[in-house]
Design a protein around this ligand. Structure first.
Ligand code: BES
Ligand code: ZN
Length: 585
């Protein structure tokens, strides 16, 4: 299977292990050192081809001995440059002496002012989808797996952690050793460096965060062991030993990233009431769907994310009940409808069509939510028990392997030969939009929320609405369904009663700020600016900047805010916002 996003030629020579020896230089904002790459090859192969992007290669040694000749190919947009290394018949290892660029897209270097502690710099990487090559020379394709080890040298006050076996406290040498014994694809390579603390939850789980954030993080994520237990009960043993979460500074561009053994997470999930922790269920679920059985190419991304959303909601159902998980499912379905309305039809097939495109641009909600709906339909059609038995076996039999969409469908059809005739799989996988047999999701809780929206619309003052005990999800549903015709007076009425503008819940605030832009509710503009300056999660930034950009006046405000905010954002986020605001640097 050819991966159009990698220069590697694994049929000739394929990487099996990388031993990194890196120094983290905060002054120059570079990683510098050696990647010792161990590979397997066919007897005839005389070259090893790796992916690089913005790396400076000093020299390459063969098997610890003489220098190898090598060539860097032409720079290709978002793919970088092929590194072709000449090897001998019996070469097994090459040692690449290299340095990253200060603007390596995977790496964000934070000044002390961008951290909670405010005293020390901070670093984190984000490798998915094809950014590992901006900090490690590797075969950067999800269809290729390797083990890795690393020695990382950092400033003495700081601690380093990776997607591997990790230290639990800083040492005074500033040198850390890592080992990842299970084979992983390159997009799961991850590193973070900062003034970190660790709090243990159980034998095999805990949380890392900057010291000032550790208490709040430990409180919020305390249900992690329950989630692990629920997940194992569903789809088999957790195979990675430890499961920890690292709560990052607010510029982290995603909600979460499933780096094995160490999920990276945004601090915007710290709502204070544990209401946003389904994100941890999601990243944990990737320990099966994605990290164990991995999408073979980025066109098969729905195999990672659709399965994971399905699994996430099953975990939440197990620990919080069906009413709860149905609220999540219904909010997800709303996202699906909005996404389908926005995208060109070809981008609404489950299988992607990413040749010549940056896979990051295609990371929409579609593979998540259409994938979820498809798997839920399959479950409802064959019955939960046979379905769960199937999935458990699927993860078991394909553990530590990659999977194509075709491969999955073959396994599915072999197990449930009648399924296709009943649900028409092809319309889901290779057809546009939302198929007519998409499962209908019902939530009693949300029906009650809609009643309150209607009451408000027909004149009941905000203070008289029946909103007692509403969860975050009910509030989101409420905010999403406010009438388009809302006046500014009604907006202030809501705000005076429910204090949305001052909400410490990032999801609620986000929905409210979208409404504020729509209804030109100026009282919320300072809060909007603060939100855009204070965190860099693309899922929040993108819709807000997009909405602002809809009017000339809003666009001007967006650009003024962005001029200040952009230096705080990770490349993943600012590349997206640059496009929205037509920003050029
Ligand atoms: N693996 C993804 C994040 C990702 C996707 C990074 C594509 C780069 C390219 C992660 O598991 C994820 O889906 N995160 C979501 C949260 C989740 C609860 C839907 C996010 O960051 O919003
Ligand atoms: Zn995910």
């Amino acid at each position: 299977m050819r991966d159009v996003h990698s220069f590697a030629r694994p049929d000739e020579a394929v990487v099996r292990h990388i031993a990194l020896n890196l120094e983290v230089d905060f002054e120059r904002r570079v990683l510098r050192g050696i990647a010792e790459v161990r590979f397997e090859k066919t007897p005839e192969a005389r070259r090893l081809v790796l992916d690089t992007h913005g790396l400076t290669i000093d020299r390459i040694n063969i098997d610890g001995g003489g220098e190898a000749t090598f060539a860097l190919g032409d720079e290709t947009p978002f793919l970088g440059r092929a590194l072709t290394i000449d090897v001998d018949e019996d070469t097994e290892v090459v040692s690449i002496h290299y340095e990253t660029s200060p603007d390596a897209a995977a790496v964000q270097w934070l000044a002390p002012a961008q951290t909670a502690g405010g005293k020390h710099p901070f670093l984190f990487t984000q490798s998915q989808a094809i950014l590992a090559r901006t900090w490690v020379p590797c075969q950067d394709s999800p269809g290729i797996r390797m083990t890795y080890s690393a020695t990382v040298r950092v400033p003495k006050e700081l601690m380093a952690v990776m997607s591997a076996e990790n230290p639990v406290e800083a040492n005074d040498s500033g040198v850390y050793h890592f080992h990842m014994p299970q084979p992983i694809p390159s997009y799961l390579l991850a590193l973070s460096v900062g003034d970190l603390a660790f709090r243990r939850f159980s034998d095999n789980s805990g949380v890392y965060a900057e010291k000032p954030m550790i208490e709040a993080s430990a409180y919020e994520l305390a249900d992690t062991p329950k989630m692990i237990e629920a997940a194992e009960k569903l789809y088999g043993p957790y195979r990675w030993g430890e499961y920890d979460v690292l709560v990052l500074p607010p510029s982290f561009p995603f909600g979460g990233m499933e780096n094995p053994r160490l999920t990276f997470a945004t601090p915007t999930i710290l709502a204070g009431d544990r209401s946003l922790v389904s994100l941890v269920a999601h990243e944990l679920a990737h320990s099966w769907s994605g990290n164990l059985v991995t999408n073979a190419t980025w066109n098969d991304f729905w195999l990672n994310e659709g399965f994971t959303v399905y699994f996430e909601r099953r975990i939440m159902e197990a620990i919080a009940g069906r009413d709860y998980s149905e609220m999540l499912a219904l909010l997800g379905y709303q996202d699906l409808v909005a996404t389908v309305a926005e995208l060109p039809p070809r981008d609404t097939h489950l299988v992607g069509d990413l040749e010549g495109r940056d896979p990051d641009d295609a990371a929409t909600k579609l593979p998540y939510e259409k994938g979820y709906s498809f798997l839920r339909l399959a479950e409802e059609t064959v019955g939960r028990e046979p379905w769960d038995a199937f999935l458990r076996e699927y993860f078991d039999q394909h553990a530590f392997q990659s999977m194509t969409t075709r491969g999955f469908l073959d396994v599915l059809n072999a197990r449930f030969p009648q399924l296709d005739a009943t649900i028409n799989i092809d319309q889901w996988v290779n057809g546009p939009g939302i198929p007519p047999n998409c499962p209908k999701i019902h939530s009693d809780a949300f029906v009650k929320v809609e009643e309150q929206v209607r009451a408000f619309e027909s004149g009941t003052p905000a203070s008289k609405l029946a909103t007692k005990q509403w969860s975050t999800h009910e509030w989101i549903h409420f905010l999403r369904h406010l009438p388009k015709t809302l006046t500014r007076e009604q907006m202030s009425g809501l705000d005076a009663t429910f204090h949305f503008t001052d909400s410490g819940n990032s999801e609620i605030l986000h929905e409210w700020l979208l409404q504020a832009i729509d209804h030109q509710y100026e009282a919320a503009y300072p809060a909007l600016e603060r939100f855009l300056l204070r965190q860099g999660r693309r899922k929040f930034l993108k819709p807000l900047y997009q909405k602002l950009a809809e009017t000339p006046e809003g666009l001007a405000r967006a650009r003024a805010i962005y001029a200040k905010a952009r230096p705080m954002y990770h490349a993943v986020s600012y590349r997206t916002i640059d496009q929205i605001l037509k920003w050029s640097v």
